[in-house]
Ligand binder design. Sequence first.
Ligand SMILES: Cc1ncc(COP(=O)(O)O)c(C=O)c1O
Length: 372
Amino acid sequence: MINFYNIGKQNQKFEKKFIEQFKKVNKEGRYILGKNSEIFERNFAKLTGSKYCIAVGNCLDAMRLTFEAYKKLNLIKDGDEVIVPANTYIATILSISQANLKPVLIDPDPLTYNISLNQVTKAYNKKTKAILTVDLYGHPSDLINLKKFAKKRKILLLEDAAQAHGAKVGKKNIGSISDATFFSFFPGKILGAFGDAGAVTTSNLKLKNILVSLRNYGEEFYFKSTDRKYKNKYIGFNSRLDELQAIALNLKLKLFNQEQNKRNYIAKYYLENIKNQKIVLPFVKKDTLHAWHLFIIRCKKRNQLKKFLFKNRIKTMIHYPIPPHRQKAYKKFNNLKLPLTDKLSKEVLSLPISTSLKKSELKYIVSKINKF
Ligand SMILES: Cc1ncc(COP(=O)(O)O)c(C=O)c1O
């Protein structure tokens, strides 16, 4: 069987060093937001070309806490509208709801399946205070134009890059363009920890300082526990990076470029060799570097294709079969008219893109898809 994910196998090469460093942490006895976390924040800021990286518990918290931080900066208030693509994982929308803001869901661009500037323009009104765009599948959003749009109207451009570590627009890294960018280090992500983890990148020092406090119960910042004053400025959260996740992430960052080259190779192979009229291949915008978290194809007979591949021992996935506005959790959105989002949920199929895929497996997958 060709699996969709092979995370355990991919992680094996980090085991030995991870255990060595785990022993060091155990000896020193500091498990949360210690030296390794600090090193990771510096490393990840460097990778994304951003000034600051604030590590938190997961990407949902990264987004949620940032909305709360912008409230402290008086740039957004309860009830304000946030424009967001409907074609995304539900966490993007949840972060807006959890922050007492109003998600305004829009259909995607028909070519990239990402946010559409056209739709953003239609949805914008005086209550709009932010756009939360998503670099879905690893393909960067139309960031340059979105930024111009947001700047002109003095609203925030926020970016869910949970799937887009290492992507670029022109020479600019994802993480250095929007007012704040959010990353997930969930184990299955491009850069995955050995548990939950996430981060915000930004060049805004005030935002960074509030986030550093919010993630730790709203306490004033301290590094050494002897400096702790138990002074709470905000009604905060508990959303921190632990040292074991930081170790895993720092180890994996060392091989990040190598792993991304493999993903690029697989994506290029699919793009050049899948030749089947029934299948629509992903579009890559000029001047962007796709991170290839997922390789998504479209097919009108998607369910049949999935079954056919499974019969041929190839596991695939669907990202995502039920869009957020069709979920029971969002009953209030069930009647929204988002035809392209609905259509995509019935036609998309994710092919294996694990970096442990062998060339022979890749060839085999392509040959079967071409026979469908
Ligand atoms: C686009 C997107 N946003 C947000 C998230 C949430 O990330 P986390 O699990 O780190 O909260 C995910 C994770 O699946 C995602 O794919």
